[in-house]
Write a protein that binds this ligand. Structure first.
Ligand code: ATP
Length: 377
């Protein structure tokens, strides 16, 4: 096990800056996930840690060792890729043993490690099969097994589940989480899927355009996003954003628009006072709105009036798309409220869960939820 430290890492491909001043230190045994949209630099960063890509600037440390000039095979890491990269002519046992043979690990030691990994991954009965005789999930397990037998200091995983169907992906996700806890090996995992990131990561690094946007644990990212990008990227369906003007009347602070007026709670009103008379982005998650008459959210100065466009029943919940003054909002509500497209409805906003963002920088101005309240729950 080892910490991984990236200090002021830059990567340039000619004029393209793929990674910009990336700083991170993992804990020993931590599961860190890099997440972000396509092209944001996740894979490039992972490949620099692996030694498959040169660093343009900055230092990469594994344990206390600066590894910038250490070849990949000497970095004591094991990678799992999206395409598994199994050798088709070798059986499962040979695929798992191959890397150790190249390193001249004694035969009995190889046998011990392969059998132990096969036991952990429940693929002991497949050891004599060739990759073409395996299902996608089984191949994925073999690729994991090949990494495990190396007993590396760090696992690097690049979208290892993206070739699997949705059900298998959820199963394998749980297995990877369990395996990582059991082995306690520092793991860096790349994905563009925010649900995968939220369920796997102890900490998540959210990236955009080669830059880190925020590093935090999953719930803090959800409750306290640092900017509008993170707010919109983490959470599904995505957070709704509405432009509103900050109005102050006595002690009360309102987010006002010709079509609605929402009173901010005291926690959010604090930082919003500096924006009196200005427009800001108001953010509210779909699950923090309810339909009047079908929600426990109390009514006050928190009503959005609109017309239902689409109703999507999901089983336990329903997603309702409502246009409010030409802005299409999504509300996710419990059960099956009896509403139909074309109907006029009133949405109640949970003002304890509002967010506000600066319209010029997109940085967070404030959250209605206080950190003290979260600490107490
Ligand atoms: P994806 O999820 O699509 O794999 P990513 O976040 O992993 O995306 P990277 O593959 O790291 O993104 O790419 C980051 C940026 O660097 C992109 O703009 C990409 O076009 C560019 N890039 C990556 N590899 C090279 C290369 N070998 N030469 C030139 N540009 C590259």
């Amino acid at each position: 096990m080892a910490k991984v430290r990236l200090e002021h890492i830059w990567k340039r491909f000619g004029k393209v800056v793929a990674v910009r001043d990336f700083n991170l230190e993992t804990e020993d045994g931590e599961f860190v996930v890099f997440v972000g949209p396509s092209g944001c630099g996740k894979t490039t960063t992972l490949r620099m840690i692996a030694g498959l890509e040169e660093v343009s600037e900055g230092g990469i440390f594994i344990g206390d060792r600066l590894v910038n000039d250490v070849p990949p095979k000497d970095r004591d890491i094991a990678m799992v890729f999206q395409n598994y990269a199994l050798y088709p002519h070798m059986n499962v046992y040979e695929n798992m043993a191959f890397g150790l043979r190249l390193r001249r690990v004694p035969r009995e030691e190889i046998d011990r490690r392969v059998k132990e990994a096969a036991r952990i991954l429940k693929i002991e009965h497949l050891l004599n099969r060739k990759p073409r005789e395996l299902s996608g999930g089984q191949r994925q397990r073999v690729a994991m097994g090949r990494a495990i037998v190396r007993e590396p200091q760090v696992f690097l995983m690049d979208e290892p589940l993206s070739n699997l169907d949705a059900k298998l992906r959820v199963e394998m996700r749980a297995e990877i989480a369990k395996l990582q806890r059991r082995l306690g090996v520092t793991t860096i995992y790349v994905t563009h899927d925010q649900v995968e990131a939220m369920t796997l990561g102890h900490r998540i690094v959210v990236m955009k355009d080669g830059e880190i946007q925020q590093v935090d644990n999953p719930l803090n990212l959800y409750d306290f996003p640092a900017n509008r990008f993170v707010a919109g990227f983490i959470g599904s369906p995505a957070m709704n954003f509405l432009k509103a003007r900050v109005e102050i009347q006595g002690d009360a602070l309102y987010l006002a628009h010709p079509a609605f007026r929402i009173q901010a709670n005291a926690v959010l009103a604090g930082p919003l006072r500096a924006y009196a008379g200005k427009e800001v982005w108001m953010g509210i998650r779909p699950e923090h709105m309810g339909l009047k008459g079908f929600t426990v959210i109390p009514e006050g100065e928190n009503i959005l009036r609109g017309e239902v466009e689409v109703v999507e029943p999901l089983g336990a919940e329903t997603e309702i798309h409502v246009s409010v003054a030409d802005i299409l909002l999504t509300a996710k509500v419990d059960g099956h409220p009896p509403v139909r497209p074309g109907e006029k409805v009133e949405l109640l906003v949970d003002v304890e869960r509002l967010h506000a963002f600066d319209p010029e920088t997109d940085r967070t101005i404030g959250h209605a939820l206080s950190r003290e309240r979260v600490a107490a729950r």
